[in-house]
Design a protein around this ligand. Structure first.
Ligand code: SF4
Length: 240
């Protein structure tokens, strides 16, 4: 397993060249490689992420944010991981570069049979990248399921509110708007359901006292809520 962090500059040692950065995992974990073999591996990794062999001699400050993130990806791939954790890996790069990095990641996933754990708050990125989605609130998974199902038929009030915030695509029906309550800032976790201070149904006693478990509501679909339901029925219930 390897990880790619959010800030492409801060995650690279600015005193090392690109070659030194990418070859470091090889130096630690693949000590029998000769210098020549390491150099060949670095060159191959640079090409794999869309950089040129000449980039091996430059320092991170000489690269753009997108190029630095490619170096981070190359370093993460150096030891042939099966799982790559991508922690907000495109949120710090320019929007015009984001699509290039996402396309690169999808291509690498196919080519190297990688599994990604992709952490992001950007729903457009979620829709483009994810096969399976886990929605988190205050450190807990509150809903999970396959992408198509989660976008088409979510059941948790927080997921409804998140999806309702996306502008609808032309020709598609608008989603029912779910009004969240203002949550008073607090350093301690709320009792019962962690989402109850913001949930339209959060005044119910069970919501304030019993923490809902993540339960299967269908094939591959799980929800942590005492009253899972569609956005339309939740909107109707909160109007009553
Ligand atoms: S358990 Fe209650 S407060 Fe929590 S999300 Fe469900 S309805 Fe809202």
């Amino acid at each position: 397993m390897q990880i790619v962090f959010q800030d492409p500059f801060a995650s690279l040692n600015k005193r090392k060249t690109v070659e030194e950065i990418i070859s470091f995992p090889l130096l630690v974990h693949d000590q029998y490689l000769s210098k020549k073999e390491r150099h060949a591996r670095v060159t191959g990794l640079l090409e794999l992420v869309g950089l040129r062999p000449q980039h091996s001699g430059v320092y991170p400050r000489q690269l753009s944010g997108g190029q630095c993130q490619r170096v981070n990806i190359a370093r993460a791939l150096a030891l042939h991981p099966k799982l790559l954790v991508l922690d907000e890996a495109v949120s710090a790069v320019d929007v015009s570069i984001q699509a290039q990095i996402l396309n690169l990641l999808r291509e690498l996933q196919q080519r190297l049979s990688l599994t990604y754990l992709f952490v992001t708050h950007d729903l457009a990125v979620v829709r483009y990248m994810a096969n399976t989605i886990a929605v988190m609130y205050l450190g807990r998974i509150v809903e999970s399921g396959p992408r198509e199902m989660l976008f088409a038929d979510p059941q948790h009030p927080y997921t409804h509110a998140l999806l309702a915030s996306i502008p609808p695509e032309p020709g598609t029906p608008t989603r029912a708007q779910i009004e969240l309550r203002e949550a008073a800032g607090s350093e301690t976790l709320p009792s019962g359901c962690r989402f109850h201070p913001r949930c339209p149904l959060g005044t119910r006693e069970i919501c304030q006292t019993v923490d809902p478990m993540l339960r299967a509501t269908g094939l591959d679909h799980s929800v942590a809520c005492h009253f899972p339901q569609s956005a339309d029925s939740l909107a109707a219930e909160t109007r009553r």
